[in-house]
Design a protein around this ligand. Structure first.
Ligand SMILES: Nc1ncnc2c1ncn2[C@@H]1O[C@H](COP(=O)(O)OP(=O)(O)OP(=O)(O)O)[C@@H](O)[C@H]1O
Ligand SMILES: O=C(O)c1ccc[n+]([C@@H]2O[C@H](COP(=O)([O-])O)[C@@H](O)[C@H]2O)c1
Length: 211
């Protein structure tokens, strides 16, 4: 695992890290950083989902909050950027739309879609998988508690990569904030502050605390 570096084509190499990012945490950032180094990516664009349709049974924070937390978390890394395309498109978020738009906006660029082991295992349930796999190379990364395996992508369509194991999830971060437990060092400091300022993940509206 991790030796399977896709050969260079001479084109720009753009990583795409899609997620709900409610909130963004160090597991996301380490995965993107590790893949960027391993695959010699020029940039990684984080793309917060507008309406994550497979999470429609769950409550998801407003897109603007998730977008701003993603900007705060990535601001200090010159290789990282954030795109609003999935938020501004409106409606349910499908990665096929994300990749079509990114491919059109970035000619002469190879796209690498980064996904954790849990998301990768569900990928055949995503919309338009055949075209999806022709638009980007998929990179599945290890995540504690989830088995990493190729779920049946076309030959050469996915690389499986071991990244430093961080047993952090957005679900756990939200639950910790709700209980009044700290999320320091699970999410970037600025995100801790933002959660507190906006009183996200609290049952009582407007409640202030140190997150
Ligand atoms: N700790 C982690 N290590 C590696 N990959 C991760 C980790 N956490 C999330 N990812 C991956 O990052 C992408 C975006 O994840 P997402 O925003 O849904 O976070 P999450 O922690 O899984 O959230 P939730 O707990 O709310 O489902 C997915 O591909 C997911 O598999
Ligand atoms: O395209 C789809 O049908 C699809 C279904 C589920 C998830 N995704 C994308 O997968 C990424 C991770 O999703 P999530 O729900 O784990 O945050 C994010 O970019 C989602 O938009 C995409």
């Amino acid at each position: 695992m991790g030796e399977d570096i896709v050969p260079g084509t001479g084109k720009r190499r753009l990583g795409v890290m899609g997620g709900t990012f409610d909130p963004i945490h160090h597991g996301h950032l380490v995965a993107a950083s590790e893949v960027a180094a391993r695959f010699h990516l020029d940039e990684v664009v984080f793309v917060p989902a507008g309406q994550p349709w497979q999470k429609s049974h769950k409550q998801v924070s407003p897109a603007e909050d998730r977008y701003l937390m993603t900007v705060i978390a990535t601001a200090s890394n010159p290789q990282f950027s954030v795109s609003r395309i999935d938020i501004d498109r409106g409606g349910k978020t499908y990665t096929i739309d994300t990749l079509r738009e990114l491919a059109e906006a970035n000619p002469d660029t190879d796209l690498f879609f980064i996904t954790g082991a849990d998301a990768l295992s569900q990928i055949l349930s995503w919309r338009n998988t055949e075209e999806l796999f022709s638009l980007a190379h998929f990179i599945g990364v290890t995540r504690p508690g989830h088995a990493l395996a190729d779920p049946g992508l076309p030959q050469g369509g996915v690389s499986l990569v071991e990244v430093p194991a961080l047993a952090i999830s957005s679900t756990d971060c939200r639950a910790r904030v709700e209980r009044g437990d700290p999320v320091w060092y699970l999410v970037p400091d600025g995100v801790v502050r933002y959660i507190s300022k906006r009183a996200l993940y609290r049952s009582g509206p407007g409640e202030e605390s140190q997150a």
